[in-house]
Design a protein around this ligand. Sequence first.
Ligand SMILES: CC(C)(COP(=O)(O)OP(=O)(O)OC[C@H]1O[C@@H](n2cnc3c(N)ncnc32)[C@H](O)[C@@H]1OP(=O)(O)O)[C@@H](O)C(=O)NCCC(=O)NCCS
Length: 173
Amino acid sequence: MARCQGRVVGYALTMRVNRSPYERPLAWIEAVGGLDLRNHDSQGEWMYGIDFVVDPTYRQRGIGTQLYQVRFALIRRLNLRGFYAGGMLRNYSHYAHCMTPVQYAEKVIQREVEDPTVTMQMNRGFAALGVIESYVKADNHPAMLIAWHNAAFRAARPAPVQRRVAEAQPALG
Ligand SMILES: CC(C)(COP(=O)(O)OP(=O)(O)OC[C@H]1O[C@@H](n2cnc3c(N)ncnc32)[C@H](O)[C@@H]1OP(=O)(O)O)[C@@H](O)C(=O)NCCC(=O)NCCS
């Protein structure tokens, strides 16, 4: 949550999931598991972006960047693999008369077109993995599947019981 003089001016909602960004991309409602966020898994290795918004009168002052920095710090602290989300292709509607979502997304990736949301996310270190054509089912709004990897992630060590069995094997032989 971002506050300015006691007023909430932005927020970022996230959940932990086990599904990786390299599995088949899902629409928002399926990714989160419905409005009660059933897909949250307290042991999940990935953080998923549920929602992220800054009050329009407070945009372009670095608040969104700070909200990402807080998310990235939390991911490092929890030793998660990274963060992913459907980044809304916010300005696609301005181009819908002349290109498909995939064509628009390609122009955003190539930096031929600036999208107020996805270009900002790419500038914050996110990789664009593909397009989810109907991410918000209510209005068929498309999104870019974006992912950020935690370079400091360390996979868990083998469970102690497995190590004990492995250590015991020479004596058995
Ligand atoms: C996407 C969104 C959250 C970004 O929030 P924001 O607070 O405007 O983000 P920032 O201010 O950190 O960055 C936006 C731009 O402002 C610029 N900026 C940041 N601080 C600035 C400052 N002090 N002065 C001038 N410009 C500044 C940044 O450089 C950035 O542009 P860049 O990507 O070219 O570097 C906001 O646009 C939003 O709420 N959009 C609608 C909802 C939405 O799309 N949410 C995301 C769903 S996936």
